[in-house]
Design a protein around this ligand. Structure first.
Ligand SMILES: [Zn+2]
Length: 336
């Protein structure tokens, strides 16, 4: 079967006609396969959802019990047949529950990687390379200029700042799903065992990660009030990026604004956000990791989606790998 007869971009998302299902559709559909819980990939209102147990749990936490009509759990490595199409989920290393989805029929296999990263992450299983005819890759950081430094070095800069400015609250912006929990786990890995204070918007997901056996240490609500006179000087306080826009961070002692994102490599972005200490920590691949992954998987063809599609397509073509952009709309990753 020709790959684009098996899976093709339709207005609602990547569509498999033979199995009559969509992958990460951006509008409600009858049958959806979901790679991970970030809101641009996992939307509410589908008739039936197939996803990992963790992704289903996360969707339930975010959207409520009636987030879809019915759901089924996909276990990593298990083959599920949908209308004669063989579907399998494999770890993507992006956030807890994140999966690549392999779609196979008549000897043709396409792997939809969703969002993925290659670095070790203490909060989720590592990306598993899967041999395939077509590898569909994201390209969020798909330009050679994107190089993410070592996570340990970035966390060390945060801990150094805490020692240097013990009178200031270190207020860190991090996306609620995945980034916040990974950041806490990375901080703990470096031996920091003081309480870490979190904004209410992070509480449920942090609790969920902990319920799944991920050790985040001593986490406390970042509440300030008459009954609670702490100003969190010298402490780490985590909040979602939106909370910074609401000036939430300003209530703490001489707050030092920190933001953890792959985009912090771009000084201008850090400046625009008023970030004093940018931490380049991403849940996506940088350029070297994207190209190394394509070399490792060695697919016959690469399709590129959301992000800097053209540069990665050109790189593939220069390597002699046929490639094309998918131009899917509606993905603006919340968790970069
Ligand atoms: Zn994502």
């Amino acid at each position: 079967m020709k790959p684009d007869a098996l899976l093709f971009p339709a207005p609602k998302g990547l569509y498999c006609q033979h199995g009559d299902f969509y992958i990460d559709p951006v509008q409600p559909v009858e049958r959806a396969l979901i790679t991970h819980g970030h809101s641009d990939h996992a939307r509410a209102g589908h008739g039936h959802v197939l996803a990992t147990r963790e992704t289903l749990d996360i969707m339930r936490l975010r959207y409520g019990d009636d987030f879809c009509g019915a759901s089924d759990v996909a276990r990593f490595g298990e083959t599920i047949s949908i209308g004669g199409v063989r579907v399998r989920f494999h770890p993507a290393g992006h956030v807890l529950g994140s999966a690549q989805i392999s779609v196979e029929a008549d000897g043709t296999r396409i792997v939809v990687s969703g969002d993925y990263k290659r670095r070790p992450d203490p909060t989720c299983p590592s990306f598993e390379p899967v041999a395939c005819d077509v590898f569909i890759t994201e390209a969020t950081f798909g330009l050679p200029v994107f190089h993410h430094p070592d996570d340990k070095g970035e966390i060390a800069r945060l801990l150094q700042s805490l020692r240097q400015f013990p009178e200031r609250a270190h207020v860190v912006g991090a996306y609620a799903l995945g980034k916040a929990q990974r950041l806490i786990a990375l901080i703990r890995q470096q031996g920091y065992d003081e309480p870490i204070h979190i904004h209410g918007a992070l509480a449920r997901l942090c609790e969920y990660y902990q319920s799944q056996g991920i050790d985040l240490g001593d986490i406390r609500p970042a509440t300030l009030g008459p009954e609670n006179r702490q100003d969190l000087a010298g402490a780490i306080v985590l909040g979602p990026p939106a909370a910074f826009a609401e000036r939430w961070a300003r209530r703490f002692a001489d707050p030092l604004a920190i933001f953890a994102s792959g985009w912090m490599l771009i000084r201008q972005r850090a400046k625009q956000r008023g970030v004093e200490l940018p931490l380049v920590i991403s849940d996506h691949c940088d350029w070297a990791e994207l190209t190394a992954t394509i070399r490792e998987i060695a697919p016959a063809e690469v399709w590129v989606t959301h992000g800097r599609e053209e540069a990665l397509v050109r790189w593939c073509q220069l390597q002699g790998i046929p490639a094309r952009p998918l131009h899917l709309v509606g993905y603006d990753d919340e968790g970069e």
